[in-house]
Design a protein around this ligand. Structure first.
Ligand SMILES: [Zn+2]
Ligand SMILES: [Zn+2]
Length: 155
């Protein structure tokens, strides 16, 4: 499948209709081994969250991926219902770690891409991290909806 290389807005825009109708968003790790899809992604169907907590920063350090963090050390996450996110390939390379008992942090072993955070079965929400999204919807969101400035994890 041909994929656009530019990250300009004109490339991102086609992921989103002008009406904000939900779109399926391809998910992939940096090397492409682990892939998935997030269904029905739309600004109104999830919650963008830039987390500045210590554990998110430790996660990026653990993976040796400082590029995942923004200039202020934040991790850009889009929370959505668990059932909307599905891995379709490369699940053998998926790993999980925990810095605290409440948050499961998923990443790929192939190229150390942070995938998502989850909070366990009692809280069926998944928070894919922008590094795992083929084209970052966060950039589009910041144009379309007012993202919360930042909020800390409740860890
Ligand atoms: Zn990979
Ligand atoms: Zn955090």
């Amino acid at each position: 499948m041909a994929r656009p290389r530019s990250t300009g807005m004109s490339t991102i825009a086609p992921l989103w209709s002008t009406t904000g109708a939900p779109k399926d968003l391809q998910l992939r790790c940096r090397c492409g081994h682990v892939r998935g899809v997030a269904n029905n992604v739309a600004p109104h169907a999830g919650f963008r969250f830039v987390c500045y907590c210590q554990d998110c920063q430790a996660f990026a350090r653990f993976l040796d991926r400082p590029d995942v963090l923004d200039a202020a050390g934040g991790t850009d996450i889009f929370h959505m219902p668990m059932g909307r996110v599905k891995l379709t390939a490369g699940t053998d390379a998926v790993r999980c770690l925990q810095f605290s008992s409440r948050v499961f942090r998923w990443y790929t072993d192939c190229c150390r891409t942070p995938i998502a955070n989850t909070a366990g079965p009692r809280f069926p929400v998944v928070g894919p991290i922008h590094s795992f999204m083929s084209r970052c919807p966060c950039r589009a969101y910041s144009r379309r909806v007012s993202a919360p400035p930042f909020q800390a994890c409740r860890e």
